[in-house]
Design a protein around this ligand. Sequence first.
Ligand code: SF4
Length: 249
Amino acid sequence: MKEYYLNVIKFPMLVSLSLTVLAVAFFGMVFGSYFKLGLSLSETVIYIALFAVLTVLVSTWVLNLISTHSKIHPRWMEIYAKWMLVHIYYNLASFLGFITFQKRQQIQESFLNFNNEIVLSAARQIHHTNILLLVPHCLQNSECKIRITTDINSCAECGKCDIADIKALAKKLNVRASVATGGSLARKIIQDASPDVIVAVACHRDLTDGVQDTWKFPVFGVLNERPNGPCFETTVSLSTIEFAIRKFQ
Ligand code: SF4
């Protein structure tokens, strides 16, 4: 329970803490200089610029927090908030996590949960027709004779791995499903399909990279399980995938 709780709140907690530390450092610096010798013109200009940056960082973070509950309007503001989330706040949280010895995977999982909340809240009450289900190649049984790249329909449905069930689920929910063997292929599949929403399955690292790489697309991440170690005959919860797809339909 504690682990689950941390996986949800760790990322927003780290970002909020980073911004608090930056604000305290900034005001400490300003008041320190002011009470020591007073502020010179150049110092005043620098502090005004830093204050503007801090204000932008804090207000955009508040915007991101709001976007986990309601869709941001107008569209350009939504795009701006998302850009800041994946390019600035994720790195801020990672840096603070690194210097305070936090588990990287926990920060990534919390970031993905946070991103999922934003994607779900933006998609609320919208019926999407072009949903792409993107799954990793490592779900496939290692002894399978068929090499499945991109087209999941090549699976012969022998049932030795989750690919067969995913193929059936995609058919049942009438969504396009693709298998990606790597980041470049995943990007190509996404560009070709240009989906409204992507439900992506992968490990912590690949999902985080994928959300960052394709930040303009709404990506709902589902973590795979790795009972046989990383990148080898992984599995995934079909019910979580179905839950996610139905939320967007
Ligand atoms: S379910 Fe499909 S992908 Fe998996 S081993 Fe069987 S034929 Fe291969």
